[in-house]
Ligand binder design. Sequence first.
Ligand SMILES: Cc1cc2nc3c(=O)[nH]c(=O)nc-3n(C[C@H](O)[C@H](O)[C@H](O)COP(=O)(O)OP(=O)(O)OC[C@H]3O[C@@H](n4cnc5c(N)ncnc54)[C@H](O)[C@@H]3O)c2cc1C
Length: 386
Amino acid sequence: MRLRAVVLGAGFGGLECCTLLSDALGEQLDLVMLDKHASFSFGFSKLDMMFGRETPEAIRLPYRAIAKPGVQFRQEVITAIDPAARRVTTDQGIYDADVLVIALGADYDQGATPGLVEGGNEFYSFAGAERVRSMLPAFSRGHAIVGITSTPFKCPPAPSEATLLLHDYLVRRGVRADCEISLVMPFGTPVPPSPVTSAALLAAFAERGITFVPNRLVCALDPARRVAVLDDGSELPYDMFLGVPKHRVPEVVAASGMTVDGWIPVDPATLKTRFPGVYAVGDVTSVGTPKAGVFAEGAARTVAEAIIADIRGGARPAAYRGVGSCYVEFGADRVGRVDVEFLAGPPTGRFTEPSIDLVAEKLQFGASRRARWFGSPPIVPVAADG
Ligand SMILES: Cc1cc2nc3c(=O)[nH]c(=O)nc-3n(C[C@H](O)[C@H](O)[C@H](O)COP(=O)(O)OP(=O)(O)OC[C@H]3O[C@@H](n4cnc5c(N)ncnc54)[C@H](O)[C@@H]3O)c2cc1C
């Protein structure tokens, strides 16, 4: 039996799903993977680019390198999804499928935070991180705030990592003594599911003179007065604001009628939506894990195994458990790791102390995905597209 599948979105979830389906089903598969961009980049690469460890060109992994049996990549903008008919419309055509896997991630709504566009800089999009990269060399004095404007947001440790890497960057330039750094977070601790990780991050902030402002969101910036307004009405003056913008599903997902309270609900064990033959994985869902690539990847694995079992017969996959390991940049050329589990009971997290060994392990994490999803290097740079 041939399987006609459309995978919507070629991020962490889409790439993992296509790879596993192609490996198992090969030419039995007739799979189209759609993405509006020409290339993928890891979320964590944006931090590398912002602080000058990598160039924008080096972190773009072009989809044209993908050559997998049964898979075609098409760079098209998805303009409509009809989940009942399993029909996807793009700016270039219409696709009907036996199975849809929706892996369209989260978009940003910068306009939701008054003053953010005029008076601050978000660093979560590729373009935003690129702007921060070009702006940072001019910041030599004053108060830098890293602030979250809304929940949920991707990769909860990333804002903490940004402050620690900013500290190192300013030390390297010899201007740290003239700068203050604050982190405004909506949680009581930096990584709530792991008190030990949180304690280590708070200790790292204290050692470096970084101010942690817990249980607060930044709800507006007043660019004229250069103040960030917090959700309790208090104000913090700033000279540079690095923001995590409000997240939302892509417009086309909202218009599809699949969302409830802003995100696509799924059965957490199977990632099935309420529409037969339609799965959703990763940041676009409200599955109950944080929004992070490792969870999108794990969910995609469960979905691919279920689709393969449907075609081939054999054992059904175990229920998705929301398990993942997140690498956390601690600065000073050290990376820590937190192993978390979300869906089998109350969230748990196990911390491994920052080390040079974990720097290598994180590099290996990226390299292994790059090899599996794109084939081996070398990666040829592509033009900027988002
Ligand atoms: C600064 C930063 C650091 C991070 N660090 C980590 C980390 O260390 N570890 C970790 O696990 N996660 C990290 N993340 C989070 C991680 O990047 C995301 O959670 C992950 O990419 C989500 O995977 P996904 O497959 O759900 O969506 P994405 O990877 O976002 O993929 C969605 C795809 O859908 C495409 N798309 C959207 N709308 C359309 C449309 N209308 N038509 C066509 N294509 C469309 C997009 O172009 C995109 O390629 C980080 C994120 C940031 C911003």
